[in-house]
Design a protein around this ligand. Structure first.
Ligand code: COA
Length: 139
């Protein structure tokens, strides 16, 4: 990690790059709004991004993406930790990478909110692999 790395809110100007990477990484493309995203910037390069997506009955952390050449440097964790910090006490994720998110404090559990169950249903056929819902609760 370099000294010039910083996290900031995304703006309209970041959306073309974010949208392109969401397509490339096959992430959630629904209802993309700049004010839901944060980005990690290294100098003037966007190294990664992530999102808090509100539903009437839940908040979902999603669209976590890191440039291929910047992976394995803790940037994904930095994004997830910051979104958890900014979000409500309970946050959900729908993912095909449960092991990655388990290491960041998420657990598979019962009582999944309706909106998150509906999201799983919508993405079942589109997703890269089996997707599950997981929850993080702040201590
Ligand atoms: C998932 C992703 C965001 C991780 O970003 P990153 O910056 O490389 O992550 P970090 O550096 O914080 O963490 C790397 C750790 O995650 C682990 N990891 C990476 N992919 C994993 C996977 N599919 N399953 C389990 N663990 C995984 C690595 O082994 C590494 O562990 P280590 O620290 O013990 O070596 C990145 O690979 C990515 O952008 N993938 C494409 C988009 C995507 O699938 N996003 C997740 C769905 S929301």
């Amino acid at each position: 990690m370099t000294m010039s790395m910083k996290i900031r809110n995304a703006t309209n100007r970041d959306m073309p790059s974010i949208v392109r990477m969401i397509g490339e990484f096959e992430l959630d493309y629904e209802n993309l709004q700049p004010d839901q995203f944060i980005i990690v910037e290294d100098g003037d390069v966007m190294a990664g991004f992530g999102r808090l997506k509100p539903y009437p009955d839940a908040t979902e952390l999603g669209c976590v993406g890191v440039l291929h050449e910047r992976r394995q440097q803790g940037i994904g964790k930095m994004i997830v930790d910051e979104l958890i910090r900014r979000g409500p006490a309970e946050i959900w994720i729908t993912t095909d990478m449960p092991d990655y998110f388990r290491a960041l404090g998420f657990c598979e559990c019962q009582n999944v909110p309706r909106s998150i169950l509906q999201k799983l249903e919508r993405f079942r056929d589109f997703a890269r692999g089996r997707i599950v819902a997981m929850r993080h609760v702040k201590p």
